[in-house]
Design a protein around this ligand. Structure first.
Ligand code: PLP
Length: 393
């Protein structure tokens, strides 16, 4: 079972076991149980062109990064995992590996603003056309696909910030019939709650800055793919363009991954409670959370996810002013961008994380508030939000 460096070495083991052990055998020389941080940029060779071990130069590969990449590939059930300097660097590497000038991509009409910006302001300049489509509408997706030209269907589920859910298996079938690939941004769900490759996706992409890192102390990204040949092309891009995860960053994400399952269980439980509180509150108009039975994404989420995640968004009867005021009032929920850490965060997407989509088809409601529900005592979270919403009803 135990073959270091192979994502399939732990096939059959439970998720938590894989997270703690895959790619993380005790150090062969010292017996160190925890994978060491290897800061060395270069590795001694025994003769010209004869490396002593598996490593030559740390942009190409580094032992700490290899441990993380092996672990992530195993967690996602893929053949190759690659760790990058940020979630955007991971997306960029996948796009430049798969798309050529003249190609077309279908992207979500609700997604992280930075992803839209990457398509609209970076790759569009290099001749990659894109069409934003509501991905929870398979008919609209089918109509937007251009067989032979659509190289990539980019999916995010659940979406940031409206928690939209789309059916990965249905999207995989549609894009494969058109001759393209399906990439799923799995940042919100994490491989603990959802495994896109098992549902037919070709690539699972992460901002490891979020739940995988889990402690708001690292910026990173990753791509895991099913097809080894695509994995080798991506590895070439990673080395050729160089946006790698550094050894300390890789180590932090690896440490975070070990506790992902237990953290996610608490994130989900706390978010469920917060969503119920908001759904019953007179100051709130709409709650976006796929765990609510009447949420539009609930049936698909219940089918393809283990649980519904730690992100909750909502709109307020008092409009934009009330949304900004709630963000100002909370004390346990810290007003800050980002998500997925142990601490609860609150933000106003329209003026913060999603400024880059203002005026685009992805513009978010001005009265929207987004919560990253942390793993604090849930009673303190309930109390904090109840007080913040008190006079807004
Ligand atoms: N994907 C999603 C869903 C995100 O929320 C983010 C960042 O917020 C990214 C990708 C980009 O990740 P990073 O900030 O690590 O570059």
């Amino acid at each position: 079972m135990n073959r270091p460096g192979h994502p399939d070495a732990w096939t059959g083991a439970g998720f938590e076991t894989v997270a703690i052990h895959a790619g993380q055998d005790p150090d062969a020389t010292t017996g160190a149980v925890v994978v060491p941080i290897h800061p060395s940029s270069t590795f001694a060779q025994d003769a010209v062109g004869v490396p002593r071990g598996d490593y030559e130069y740390a942009r190409s590969a580094n032992p700490t990064r290899t441990a993380l990449e092996t672990c992530l590939a195993a967690l996602e059930g893929g053949s190759v995992g690659l760790a990058f300097a940020s979630g955007m660097a991971a997306a960029d590497a996948l796009l430049r590996t798969v798309c050529r000038p003249g190609d077309h991509a279908v992207i979500p009409s609700d997604a992280y603003g930075g992803t839209y910006r990457l398509f609209a302001q970076v790759f569009a300049q290099w001749g990659v056309e894109y069409t934003p489509v509501p991905l929870d509408d398979p008919g609209a997706v089918a109509a937007a696909l251009r067989p032979g030209q659509t190289r990539l269907l980019w999916c995010e589920t659940p979406t940031n910030p409206l928690l939209g859910v789309s059916d990965i298996a249905v999207l995989a079938e549609l894009i494969h019939a058109a001759g393209g690939l399906l990439a799923v941004d799995n940042t919100f769900a994490t491989p603990y709650l959802q495994r896109p490759l098992a549902l037919g996706a070709d690539a699972s992409v992460h901002s490891t800055t979020k739940y995988l890192g889990g402690h708001s102390d690292v910026v990173g990204g990753a791509v895991v793919v099913a097809d080894p040949a695509l994995g080798e092309r991506l590895r070439f891009t990673q080395n050729a363009t160089g946006a790698i995860a550094g050894p300390f960053d890789a180590w932090l994400v690896l440490r975070g991954a070990k506790t992902l399952a237990v953290r996610m269980d608490r994130h989900c439980a706390n978010a469920r409670r917060i969503a119920a509180l908001l759904a019953a509150h007179p100051a709130v108009t709409t709650v976006y959370y796929p765990g609510l039975p009447d949420d539009r994404g609930h049936p698909v989420a219940a089918r393809q996810m283990r649980d519904f995640g730690g992100m909750v968004s909502f709109t307020l009867r008092g409009g934009e002013e009330a949304a900004v005021e709630v963000c100002r009032r909370t004390r346990v929920f810290t007003l800050a961008e980002s998500l997925g850490g142990v601490e609860s965060l609150i933000e106003h997407p329209g003026r913060m994380t999603h400024v880059s989509v203002a005026g685009s088809p992805l513009e978010v409601p001005a009265d929207l508030v987004r919560l990253s529900v942390g793993i604090e005592s849930v009673e303190d979270l309930v109390d904090d939000l109840t007080k913040a919403l008190a006079t807004l009803a």
